[in-house]
Ligand binder design. Sequence first.
Ligand SMILES: [Zn+2]
Length: 53
Amino acid sequence: MKSLIFKCTVCGNYTLESKCPKCGSSTISTIPPRFSPQDKYGKYRMKMLYGKE
Ligand SMILES: [Zn+2]
C-alpha cells in the first residue's frame, strides 16, 4: 500500500491533501506509526550485513 498521509502543522488534522482542508495551512508528510521504513530497512541491512557467511 502506497499512500502518503499529510498532517497539518497548525491544527494537526490528518489529510491526503498537501493543504489542510480545514484551515488551509500547508501540511507535512508523515508516516503512520505502523509503517517503519527505518526498522524495515534496518532489518534488511542487518540481514545483508550479518546474513552472509
Ligand atoms: Zn489545519
